[in-house]
Design a protein around this ligand. Structure first.
Ligand code: GLV
Length: 341
């Protein structure tokens, strides 16, 4: 009798030609159209499979895996994995993997783009023009802040944070960073970045970029008190996770002129966006696309596919998925371990 082929669930449409490699080893239950899966839907999908390829939209926690008796591996398509309950998965011996490295440079590019857009009011200026409000060249209209020669603050100095720091050299920015642990001297030198405490980072940054992992410890770490410590002329860019920023406090700070401008690619309740943020002009809002170049999104799926194949004991790397998530890790955007983003 033919041996039963392992069965895997792919939670969203990805790139068919990349996902096709799963068919060499497994029976694939592929969701055909982009959709939201609630907890019951995820639990039902995981109920009879050996592995799953999921995106950041799918929460995989204790309840979702309660009846997934065959489940052995969950491959997340994303570097951040706060959608996975790592402790619950590991307690059941289920391998969890993510997609670090392949998205570092693309995400750093986008962080820089957002920071520039906030500083130079790019999207606000475009809305002004499209609305027909441009009456002719206005010497004092839509003035922004310079990047060159300013101080960049990076909260979370993992691979993406370092990528942003390296880009800042070209703009002759002074780079300060704060991280749970200080980086080795050679990396600091390479990034031309100096370690400071959190309060100093807040006080001295002209442009503050958040790239730290999301965890209980970083929830609303940028709250009203933190925002009050920033320069009123500063910009704040978040490409990490929405829950790191207290969005109500941010809306107040932007609305009152306490903070010059902000750029958010991530939101606490995404895809819902706080209407107070939507109503503001001095904020750039994008729908969680920091890693969204075609090449990088394909590379992320390819890595997740490699991870799933190997984690389920197939392919050339059987038993050795390239990027497993370590036990006790809590992960946001750029993390293997809490605070090391
Ligand atoms: C995107 O936010 C990711 O974590 O990959």
């Amino acid at each position: 009798m033919a041996e039963r082929r392992p069965r895997v669930w792919v939670s969203q449409p990805l790139f068919d030609d990349v996902v096709a490699r799963l068919h060499d080893h497994f029976d694939v239950d592929q969701v055909a159209a982009v959709r939201e899966h609630d907890a019951a839907g995820v639990a039902a999908a995981l109920g009879d499979v050996d592995g799953a390829l999921v995106t950041l939209n799918e929460r995989v926690g204790r309840d979702e895996i309660a009846n997934a008796t065959k489940l052995r591996a969950v491959a997340n398509v994303g570097v951040g994995y706060n959608n996975l309950d790592i402790d619950a998965l590991h307690a059941r011996g289920i391998v969890a993997t993510n997609t670090p490295d392949v998205l570092t440079e693309t995400t750093a590019d986008f962080g820089f783009a957002l920071m520039m857009a906030a500083a130079r009011r790019v999207t606000e200026a475009e809305r002004h023009l499209r609305a027909g409000r441009w009456q002719g060249w206005n010497f004092k209209g839509l003035l922004g802040a310079d990047l060159h020669g300013s101080t960049l603050g990076i909260l979370g100095m993992g691979r993406i944070g370092q990528g942003i720091a390296r880009r800042a050299s070209g703009f002759e920015m002074r780079v300060l960073y704060h991280n749970r642990s200080r980086l080795p001297a050679d990396i600091e030198r390479d990034c031309n970045a100096s370690y400071v405490d959190f309060d100093t980072l807040l006080a001295q940054a002209d442009h503050l970029v958040l790239v730290l992992p999301y965890s209980a410890a970083s929830h609303h770490i940028v709250d009203a008190a933190a925002l009050a410590k920033m320069k009123p002329t500063a910009t704040l860019t978040n490409i990490a996770r929405g829950g790191i920023v207290d969005e109500a406090a941010l809306a107040d700070a932007l609305g009152s002129g306490r903070l010059a401008s902000a750029a958010l690619d991530v939101f606490e309740g995404e895809p819902a966006v706080d209407p107070r943020l939507l109503a503001l002009d001095n904020i750039v809002l994008t729908p969680h696309i920091a890693s969204g170049s075609l090449a990088t999104r394909r590379a992320m799926v390819a890595l997740a596919v490699d991870n799933l194949i190997a984690a389920l004991g197939a392919g050339p790397e059987a038993g050795r998925p390239p990027t497993p998530i370590a036990p006790a890790a809590t992960g946001g955007k750029d993390a293997k371990r809490p605070g090391t983003a």
